[in-house]
Design a protein around this ligand. Structure first.
Ligand code: MSP
Length: 643
């Protein structure tokens, strides 16, 4: 099968923000998902570079429009790799091939009688770059831009859109998936229940020169939409490129609700007039607001994707946006929400599951995938087999949040599976080795299938997980849902690899937003100074968060004899720098359960942030100091509180 997925081409009068990033992440995740199912995929994005708004922005900076467009277009192109977005083609409406094809299409449609010249007066919104009908206005203002439209009367060229109205209505009725989610399909049908006006497709050069000249009248340039929408064809080599042949019949467009009408009405009627088949599906999503407020330059709350990547990491940003927004509805971005998702869904749930499982495989089966007992339990197999069809249906239908909910159901079952089966108890009894191996095999195989389904959402984390499982990130066992989406394929004997933490936790303070209030700080200082230094009240002791931590990775720190970097589970994953390098080798530490103070203020040692303190007893041996780690007498779940 083949897939052709596109994003809108973005205007170059503004820099990329969270809204642009979301649409493009969606298209990227979908294209990666289709590749996972075995499709040949073409994914296109780009920039829309003609029109009033761009000419105006360039004039403000006193540069020619093309120079300005080059600069902002490059910003979009350079932003996408930061988000692990990999389009196959980036189209610009100033590309010579695009310009030539737009002109030849105009010529063809004009010759067929679907373009005519007329006098027109109407209400024009510069923000929307189109005429609005009286009905669309709210209190006399454009509902999207909150400005009164301009009354414009001039002679222009028009496209006979009205001629195709009935055919379009029929097409929408006959193809329930043509516009989704359903609310937008209904919105379009309701709009089409009134007579459709023809579409103004030109601007006189006296008013706008920055556009594509009409081939049949050099006094005019095309109206933005007739230029922009055609990018979906020129980008695949219309009229006679092989990619056009291969991809056009399966085209799917992703947009937000702001440009529904041009995509659901102008575009299909243009295609009808050109004698081309219509695109297959139009996927319409809602708007991202910020802290429940519309994102806008004037409010100063525009969120830049590159900054979010820097603060939270690319996988977290991709996961957060796809998990948080119900496709079709509006969603609100705020920093606490992204931190909460990172710490809970990523660090605690999947990060923890992965590091605990790999650490146990390292400890109990020497890092090799063990052989399971075929009559062992099928708890995780059933969980995965239930999830896969839900995941596929949801991904096919752009219901990313539902797909992720189904995946997290498995993650939570796998975490429970560890607690229920207590591999550390099984490991103590040699007669239960087969059971231990079955439990560990099930965990490893579950992680392989989780790696696969997370790949479209978080390609970076999935690659790390694959490597941890001893597989190349592009190995078919983690990259082919079609070939390897069945339980039981992970080869026995596969050698796991040590991996760094998948998702280090973020502390709120780091963002500079959640500093304690001044009053609170003062009160704490007072308590500190009025208590005698060597007497601890019960309340003070209760404030110390002592916990059992399991060491899953231990590494030497370059240029330091004394310090070791420990990755521990408490039960979430943390990094702790401990001054025990003279007394323990890293190998002696992996798998050990030690006591830690879990609520220490983070401190940076040798450039590494230490999020806790390991407890050790201090003694003297032959006149030399020695540290012995404090531990528990029996193995118990990581994170248990020390009372
Ligand atoms: N150039 C036209 C599109 C032509 S397509 C043939 C255009 N450009 S735009 O730069 O304004 O981009 C609009 C698109 O950006 C939306 O449809 C959506 O994909 C994305 N978003 C812009 N702001 C957004 C939000 N606040 N929230 C979600 N997506 C948003 O229109």
């Amino acid at each position: 099968m083949t897939t052709y997925i596109t994003t809108p081409i973005y205007y170059v009068n503004a820099q990329p923000h969270l809204g642009h990033a979301y649409t493009t992440i969606v298209a990227d995740a979908y294209s990666r998902y289709r590749r996972l199912t075995g499709d040949t995929v073409r994914f296109q994005t780009g920039t829309d570079e003609h029109g009033d708004k761009i000419a105006e922005a360039a004039a403000k900076e006193d540069v020619p429009p093309k120079v300005y467009a080059d600069r902002i277009s490059a910003l979009f192109r350079e932003t996408w790799p930061l988000l692990d977005i990999q389009p196959d083609h980036f189209i610009r409406t100033t590309d010579a091939q695009h310009v030539a094809v737009v002109q030849s299409i105009l010529q063809q449609v004009h010759a067929s009688g679907d373009i005519y010249f007329d006098e027109y007066s109407g209400l024009y919104c510069r923000g929307c770059e189109r005429f609005l009908t009286e009905k669309e206005l709210v209190d006399g203002l454009c509902p999207d831009h909150q400005v009164p439209p301009q009354e414009i009367a001039e002679q222009n060229y028009f496209f006979r859109m009205s001629r195709y109205q009935e055919r379009l209505i029929r097409h929408i009725h006959d193809n329930p998936e043509f516009i989704t989610p359903e609310r937008y399909r209904n919105e379009v049908l309701s709009f089409l229940s009134e007579p459709l006006e023809d579409l103004c497709i030109s601007r006189p050069k006296s008013r706008l020169t920055w556009g594509i000249e009409l081939p049949f009248d050099s006094g005019f340039v095309t109206y933005v939409w007739f230029d922009a929408l055609i990018n979906y064809l020129t980008g695949i080599g219309y009229p006679d490129g092989v990619d056009f042949e291969r991809y056009w019949s399966v085209a799917e467009h992703v947009i937000a609700k702001d440009i529904l009408k041009p995509h659901a009405i102008y575009w299909p009627t243009m295609l009808m007039s050109m004698g081309l088949p219509l695109y297959r599906r139009l996927h319409v999503h809602g708007y991202w607001n910020v802290d429940d407020t519309k994102m806008s330059k004037s409010i100063g709350n525009v969120v830049r994707p590159a900054q979010l990547v820097e603060e939270y990491g690319v996988d977290t940003l991709r996961y957060f946006t796809l998990r948080e927004m119900s496709f079709g509805l509006d969603a609100s971005f705020n920093r606490d929400a992204i931190i909460a998702r990172k710490n809970s869904d990523l660090a605690n749930d999947i990060g923890n599951l992965f590091s605990r499982s790999v650490a146990m495989l390292q400890k109990y089966t020497a890092g090799l995938v063990p052989s399971p007992d075929s009559s062992g339990d099928a708890v995780l197999q059933q969980a995965v087999e239930q999830m896969l069809p839900i995941y596929r249906e949801a991904m096919d239908g752009f219901q990313f949040h539902r797909a992720l909910q189904a995946v997290w159901e498995v993650i939570s079952q796998a975490n429970k599976y560890i607690v229920t089966n207590e591999p550390w108890v099984l490991a103590k009894d040699p007669t239960r080795a087969i059971r231990l191996h079955t439990v560990l095999y099930n965990l490893a195989e579950c992680l392989r299938l989780l790696t696969m389904v997370l790949r479209p959402i978080m390609p970076g984390a999935a690659a790390k997980m694959a490597r941890g499982l001893g597989l190349d990130p592009d190995h078919e066992l983690v990259s082919s849902l079609a070939g390897c989406g069945r339980w039981g394929l992970l080869p026995v004997g596969t050698e796991l690899q040590p991996t760094a933490s998948l998702f280090p936790r973020v502390e709120k303070e780091k963002t500079g937003e959640s500093q304690p209030a001044a009053g609170k700080k003062k009160a704490e200082t007072k308590a500190e100074t009025t208590t005698a230094a060597n007497v601890l009240t019960f309340d003070q002791f209760q404030n110390v968060d002592l916990r059992v931590a399991e060491i899953i990775v231990a590494e030497k720190i370059k240029k330091s004899e004394k310090l070791l970097q420990l990755t521990v589970l408490v039960p979430e994953q943390r990094t702790i720098v401990a001054g025990i390098g003279e007394y323990y080798t890293p190998q002696q530490l992996v798998g050990k359960q030690v006591l830690v103070v879990a609520n220490m203020k983070p401190a940076t040692l040798m450039g590494i942030e230490s999020q806790g303190m390991v407890l050790a007893a201090r003694t003297m041996v032959d006149g030399k100091e020695r540290l012995v780690l404090a531990t528990v007498s029996d193995e118990i779940p990581a994170g248990s509180k020390v009372a």
